[in-house]
Design a binder for this molecule. Sequence first.
Ligand code: ADP
Length: 600
Amino acid sequence: MLDFTKVDAGKLELEKAPFEVEALLSELATVLSVSTMGKKVELIFDIDKDIPTYLVGDKLRFLQILINLLSNAMKFTLEGCVVLEIKQLSMESTVSRLKISVKDTGIGISADKLESIFDVFSQAESSTARRFGGSGLGLVICRRFVELMGGNLQVESEPEKGSTFYFTLDFPVADVEVEKPSDVISAPIRLLIIDSNDTSKMIFSRMAMSLGWSSETADSVRLAGPLVSDASVAGQPFDAVLLDCKTSDFAGAESIKQIESAIVVAEQRPKVLLMSNALDDQLDALTECVSGRLIKPVTLSKLSETVYESLTGEIRHRFSLQDTTDLSDSLLGITLLLVEDNAFNRQVATELLMSQGAKVEVADGGLEGVSAVLSHDVGTFDVVLMDMQMPGVDGLEATKRIRKEARFADLPIIAMTANVSQADKQSCFQAGMIDHIAKPLDIDQMTRCILRYAKRAEETVSSLKDEHAPRRELDDHSSNVVEREDLQSILSRFAGSADLYKNVVEGFRVEADDLLAHIAQGVEQRDVTHLIESLHTLKGAALTMGLPRLAGKLAGYEATLKSTDSDEEAVETCLSSIETSNLREMLDAELTVIINDLNS
Ligand code: ADP
């Protein structure tokens, strides 16, 4: 909304920075994979291979336009497909002209409503609004952004058939040297695509072609069998098979076996890669039977990486030239307590965390978790990872019990949960947890989350790093021990606008000053009720602004004060801990880092 007001007042300035097109697409794919969950709709990226690797422009706003249009398309399409097509229309004197279109086979929009969808606060039909929800502002912002970038957002639509939103933009090509890694596999890869959706099949064939691979397609597993055996007899076996889980006759492990065994010579067995919508519990069991998994929408780089990985066993980033930060020692110097009752999950999580250099202690269940914390000194554990669903004392109860001990008011407790509904998040926060990690666990996400809250002495890390890699120079990264919330994720709360964030900062500082004064006053007057209120308000503001360390501290105090049940000694301990905590310094430090990042 605020971003909109700025665009409307002509005050919004666009960024002009080089960005990598593939990186933008994979971010987009990650964001959108959630909207494919449990849907019958195919989400497909059809991206022209001639588009330059790096372009110059406002990546965040471009991303925001695409997210808006594609989420709308997914929302209003119950069956069929949604395709993002980006075509290079021309390339003249280092300016690439792109036509971007988002096409769906959804409910469509009637002719008389078409123009009003770009009006502020309009909904095509109020009944539609009731059915699908929404604020009616997304398209207005999209159209303004596209205009600011020099284009014109247009739409063609037919009720019951679907809609296409499209626009054309010019992007200067960035002056960045692009080095493509040399091929490890010299012969062209032969790919078989099994998918019942025609659009999807066509686009995957085109992707294969643009990678220099050869491909064939089949509509069903039944029809794929003979293709695999024919190719095998002809001495030109398929290297890899892309198998879409939505293929009409897909029958799990049975189908995979059927494909693999259609060969004449054992050595010709193709690698089967399973394609599906966002991680699907039912398919998890199949992961062991296949050589890899692809989550839709699939980008070109993801396809090539996954196929190469399955063929060579090596992880390889063919396109991504951005420095993928080496996470393998990113948790060095951090001690974690993992509270998890399920032995298998415990093992997986422990191994993942240890692979990042963390020291991990485990507790089998909530009760054990509480006693592990209470029986150790403050500072023993940097972070507690708490499973939510445990028999007996569950994660919420365990957290409440820990928070009752004032000396652990500061201890960051992170929930691990498969349910991340708003209500679940709320109960986590209320119990005194500071964040949550979604299950199934993703090691990168988990690492980032832990780093956001872990206190780790810089010297410890340096010395540990030295021990581990004596010849390695310490880079800037290693001294930056506290991982912050991703800039983009912070900005997503500000309609993707850095300007807007910066504008809000002043207001935030004033409010924070006020709240810090209230907190100091609350401590002085031993006014716990008001203190809890101020802590709570500042915590909320800090989370919005992307200051997790500060928010974590405040949440800890809040939860402790709430749970001390007028135990005076505990209250006193907590109050003196607040008194000596450097909340202001923490706020300033965290905020400065973000502002510097935004400015650079
Ligand atoms: P909202 O937040 O309501 O989705 P938007 O500005 O994004 O706001 O969209 C305005 C209205 O335009 C929607 O409520 C819907 O009625 C219509 N609309 C937008 N995209 C589509 C689409 N792909 N298919 C059908 N209707 C659409």
